[in-house]
Design a protein around this ligand. Structure first.
Ligand code: PLP
Length: 361
């Protein structure tokens, strides 16, 4: 019995993208941290990405870092979200490397690591403009002075984020600043930095165009591998495959209905007051999937004539009036995904995951 909704994951395309990006970056002496957080670091995904030679895997949640360590003890785990003070003990036990910006937390990591007689590597995040986490450039050297002699930790590098909160793109200017800061840190601690981590998928663009400053030695790549695109710029990555995920949902009702609701309008199930355009009678399908499972706004019907109208926690309504396919109850409608849709679908235990090599291109 086949169960719906289901998410079909094309592992061979993900492997292709991982290999393409890893080898491109290698040419420029840039190492890759494969970012698997959008998939809850599912072992199928981690296995696929690491199979091409990527041996640093990053996730933002400690529970997922544990999953990676449990299944792949030989891989280096990177905790991407700066740690909570309360999780310091677990962080040094489960993550080989963590991104950090708070001296207090770094001291706690040092204490925890020293007690276990291990060395935990930290990458100091610098805020070069996006205004999410990070030490301001003017404060970086003070922080380094404050933490450099803490036992149990090693300053393995510095890094920056882009296009996460402020929507700021990586460019030659802010990345050159990062490389200059890296040199300052390096001479202060009198050690080479293993990581000068210049951002995520949105930084690939600079590598491709020969504009990546020389001192950048690492990137953290999620979207590029999982979707084959640079979603910030809305452009494809040359040679990458985009057929990595397909969502399949089943039609549970199909009827011709007026496009306007009838009665006094108050709020919908999510507290919004809905607005509708009168388009007369439309042929509408209800699918057995809802906002509890996925973000509708990040779904793109494979059948271009199908239109997502809306829905609630457990129902999604699509307009199939213009489709050339004569859908019926029990039929399947397929969708391509954006990143937020993947995030929700992996988190929904109501969505069956199909690990495909069986998917044809
Ligand atoms: C999610 C994340 C990444 C990966 O970003 P993509 O755009 O998916 O490549 C990199 N760094 C950090 C800190 C992240 O949280």
């Amino acid at each position: 019995m086949v169960h719906y909704p289901r998410l079909v994951i094309n592992l061979s395309s993900i492997r292709h993208n991982a290999s393409l990006i890893y080898n491109l970056l290698k040419v420029y002496n840039i190492s890759t941290i494969g970012v698997t957080k959008g998939t809850l670091s599912d072992p199928h995904i981690v296995d696929t990405i690491s199979s091409v030679g990527i041996n640093y895997i990053g996730d933002s949640r400690l529970l997922n870092i544990k999953k990676i360590k449990d299944n792949f003890p030989h891989l280096n785990t990177v905790l991407l979200r700066i740690p909570m003070l309360s999780e310091a003990d677990d962080v040094v036990y489960l993550a080989d490397i963590s991104l950090n910006s708070e001296p207090l937390v770094i001291k706690a990591l040092g204490n925890a690591a020293h007690a276990k007689r291990i060395i935990h590597k930290v990458i100091l995040m610098v805020d070069v403009g996006d205004r999410r986490e990070g030490i301001l450039p003017g404060d970086l050297l003070d922080v380094v002075r404050e933490i450099k002699d803490i036992k149990g930790i090693k300053i393995a590098g510095i890094g920056a984020n882009f296009a996460c909160f402020g929507g700021v793109l990586p460019d030659e200017k802010n990345l050159t600043l990062l490389t200059e800061l890296a040199e300052d840190v390096s001479s202060l601690i009198q050690e080479e930095l293993e990581f000068v981590s210049g951002g995520s998928t949105s930084s690939l663009y600079l590598v491709k165009n020969g504009k990546m400053p020389k001192g950048i030695t690492n990137l953290r790549i999620g979207t590029g591998i999982l979707f084959g695109i640079d979603d910030i710029r809305d452009i494809g990555i040359e040679g990458a495959y985009t057929d990595t995920f397909i969502l399949e949902a089943e039609i549970i009702e199909l009827k011709n209905k007026p496009s306007l609701p009838m009665g006094t309008i108050a709020k919908d199930a999510f507290g919004n007051i809905p607005h509708f355009e009168d388009r007369g009678i439309r042929k509408r399908a209800i699918l057995g999937i809802g906002r509890q499972d996925v973000v509708f706004e990040a779904l793109h019907p494979v059948d271009k004539e199908v239109e997502i109208v809306g829905g609630s926690s457990d129902h999604m309504i699509v307009d199939v009036t213009s489709s050339y396919t004569n859908y019926g109850v029990g039929d399947i409608i397929k969708f391509n995904l954006g990143y937020p849709a993947m995030l929700y679908l992996f988190n929904s235990s109501y969505v069956v995951k199909i690990w495909g090599k069986e998917v044809d291109r």
